[in-house]
Ligand binder design. Structure first.
Ligand code: G3H
Ligand code: ZN
Length: 288
């Protein structure tokens, strides 16, 4: 069933587990996410990025998620969220399309400009009964690694707990995406969560924290992060990796198959399996 994100996050926060926010980009991934969550009897957040909106169109992808949530996910709560919205316009369009939550990511801007844009988007979201997620600090990724950024450098991009407290007061966001050591993409062994920093951010802000870039974070770090205030965990790369790996294998071992339904069935199963594994680790299985 399609629900407001606040129902899913508030319950998780109260009961001490985390909910996965999986990125989707098409019908197949959305179905696989929902089937995986249903098999585990788990609530789930399905999120779309601006790149997916460019690829699939806002209305088509919104309707795919909503229709599957209403008609397939009959026994589990599903919420629709915008991931890394970079502009006010992007946020406003998703709110009009019926999202119950948006992420305004102005983290690349200087602090005061981040506050101003986040505040504007949050007030608009609240006026339309939506939740808003803000971001403070820089969550690094492939381009930063390519630019030669070392693990040592990453600390200066992390979120300052005192500034996070101020940011929450100034913007009134519902959830916060801090930078605490995870990176967008998979960098095995390189993504170490600064648990002390996370704990301080949690103590100072009290809002549910969203762990971005979680695909490459170890299970131990994930479990500790949940104890330290993380309530939502974003997973994108891991699903894309499984989808593509399985698609490649299927095509290579069935070179004459031309039925896309047959070609796309194994990738869906692979994504579903990855979803089930994550949901178990995050502790949201049997919490629907
Ligand atoms: O916003 C999306 C996430 O932060 C995904 O991160 O690609 O490392 O799973 P990931
Ligand atoms: Zn992210």
């Amino acid at each position: 069933m399609l629900v407001h994100i606040k129902d899913i996050i508030s319950k998780a926060q109260k009961e001490g587990y985390a909910v996965a926010a999986f990125n989707t980009f098409n019908l197949e991934t959305t179905l696989a996410i929902v089937k995986g969550a249903m098999n585990k009897n788990s609530p789930v957040i399905i999120q779309v990025s601006e790149t997916t909106i460019q690829y699939a169109g806002l209305k088509p992808i919104t309707h795919i998620v909503k229709t599957i949530a209403k008609n397939e996910a009959v026994k589990i709560p599903v919420a629709l969220h915008l991931d890394h919205g970079k502009s006010f316009r992007s946020v406003a369009e998703c709110i009009s399309a019926g999202f119950s939550s948006i992420h305004i990511d102005a983290s690349d801007l200087p602090y005061d400009e981040n506050v101003a844009l986040t505040k504007q988007a949050t007030h608009y979201a609240h006026k339309h009964k939506c939740w808003a997620q803000g971001e403070l600090g820089n969550i690094l990724g492939q381009k930063d690694v390519d630019a030669g950024l070392t693990e040592k450098d990453t600390e200066r991009y992390m979120t300052d707990p005192e500034q996070a407290e101020k940011f929450i007061k100034q913007t009134e966001i519902n959830t916060l995406a801090p930078s605490v050591g995870a990176m967008h993409g998979l960098f095995p062994g390189k993504e170490k969560i600064d648990q002390e920093r996370l704990k301080k951010i949690h103590e100072k802000t009290k809002v549910p924290l969203v762990l971005h870039g979680a695909s490459g974070v170890s299970n131990e770090d994930i479990k500790e992060a949940i104890k330290n205030g993380v309530v939502v965990i974003n997973i994108d790369t891991r699903l894309r990796q499984e989808f593509s790996r399985s698609l490649r294998e299927t095509l290579m071992s069935n070179v004459h198959e031309i039925d896309p339904r047959k070609i796309l069935t194994p990738p869906m199963a692979a994504v579903q399996k990855a979803v089930e594994e994550k949901v178990e680790i995050f502790g949201s299985a049997n919490r629907s």
